[in-house]
Design a protein around this ligand. Structure first.
Ligand code: ATP
Length: 313
């Protein structure tokens, strides 16, 4: 399978804490091992290893097996990232979120048993099509908003919303994935740096640029609202709104909050939707419940009262 090429300036800034990888009792499955699965084609490659299509031999259940190499995790000092991905992902159950079934490990690898998303990455589909029409974009954005509303209710923020982290199910429905940067927002405030440069909100860009050295800048779950606005813009235009030739210029542009003009025609509802989310002050961004009530969403998806409504379950 051809591997996904991320655009050059889509580099992630990461902060990680060293530690050792140990199992958590949660969702650990003591009876599974690699031999329990028939391994099929490679679905893709991530930072720590490959993902394969797999079939559980006893039940014939089809799934995706994400194989992480412990040595690779350790060499990057990313044990906490992986531990967090498992802890958070295993707590989530929503039709718009890729299911995390279980995990196990051997001497050299950690295996995550995940729902198989046959539609692949939304990023690939966007690359192929160039951009989506407003209706298709609104349907995707509404589904992501619905999944985020579920996560935020559980006090978890995703922090890494972007088309690369949105997979597609059998019917083309979204399956939010990649919870390495997600975090419980019990205090509602976290100050670690994360995310991909095009999608980072100004409150994080400011930290990256150390505009206020010595002063710790906090952020909360409203980071996901900004990223949702970036997603809506990119799906409709094919380009993220603050994309610039260099990372530094992109960060500066994000801090202005002024989106690029494109030749792409957009309805006034779509513009108003993006404007309501790409707001510099995190507290003034359109809250998720109002996102689903926004005229742009309502005109394309109808009124969505619950996750049942949008996913038709
Ligand atoms: N459940 C799945 N169903 C179908 N394809 C998948 C699934 N999980 C991953 N993939 C494919 O495999 C690729 C690698 O996934 P993986 O989650 O390991 O890494 P990533 O998200 O691209 O990067 P990173 O390692 O930085 O998190 C994805 O880009 C996707 O194309």
């Amino acid at each position: 399978m051809e591997l996904v090429q991320h655009t050059a300036n889509r580099t992630a800034a990461r902060v990680s804490t060293p530690g050792t990888f140990t199992r958590t009792s949660l969702d650990y499955h003591p009876h599974l091992h690699l031999g329990s699965f028939e391994i099929g084609r490679a679905l893709g490659r991530g930072k720590f290893g490959r993902v394969y299509l797999a079939r559980h031999r006893d039940s014939s259940f089809i799934c995706a097996l994400k194989v992480l190499t412990k040595a690779q995790i350790a060499s990057e000092g990313d044990e906490n990232l992986v531990r967090r991905e498992i802890e958070i992902h295993s707590k989530l159950s929503h039709p718009g979120i890729l299911k995390f079934y279980t995990w196990f490990y051997d001497a050299t690898r950690v295996f995550l048993v995940l729902e198989y998303a046959p539609g692949g990455e939304l990023f690939r589909k966007l690359q192929k099509k160039g951009k989506f029409g407003e209706h298709e974009a609104a349907v995707y954005v509404a589904q992501v908003a619905d999944a985020l509303a579920y996560m935020h209710k559980k006090n978890i923020m995703h922090r890494d919303i972007k088309p690369e982290n949105i997979l597609l199910g059998f019917h083309g429905e979204i399956k939010l994935a990649d919870f390495g940067y997600s975090v419980h927002s019990a205090s509602n405030l976290r100050s670690s740096l994360c995310g991909t440069i095009d999608y980072i909100p100004p409150e994080i860009a400011r930290q990256l640029r150390k505009v206020r050295p010595g002063k710790e800048e906090f952020y909360n779950r409203n980071v996901d609202l900004w990223s949702l606005g970036v997603l809506a813009y990119e799906l409709m235009t094919g380009k993220p709104p603050f994309e610039m030739p260099t990372r530094e210029q992109t960060e500066k542009k994000i801090l202005t909050g002024k989106v690029q003009r494109t030749g792409v025609e957009m309805s006034k509802e779509a513009k108003s939707f993006i404007r309501a989310l790409l707001v510099l002050n995190p507290d003034e961004r359109l809250p998720l419940d109002q996102v689903l009530e926004h005229p742009w969403i309502v005109m394309h998806c109808g009124r969505i009262r619950s996750s049942r409504g949008i996913f038709g379950y």
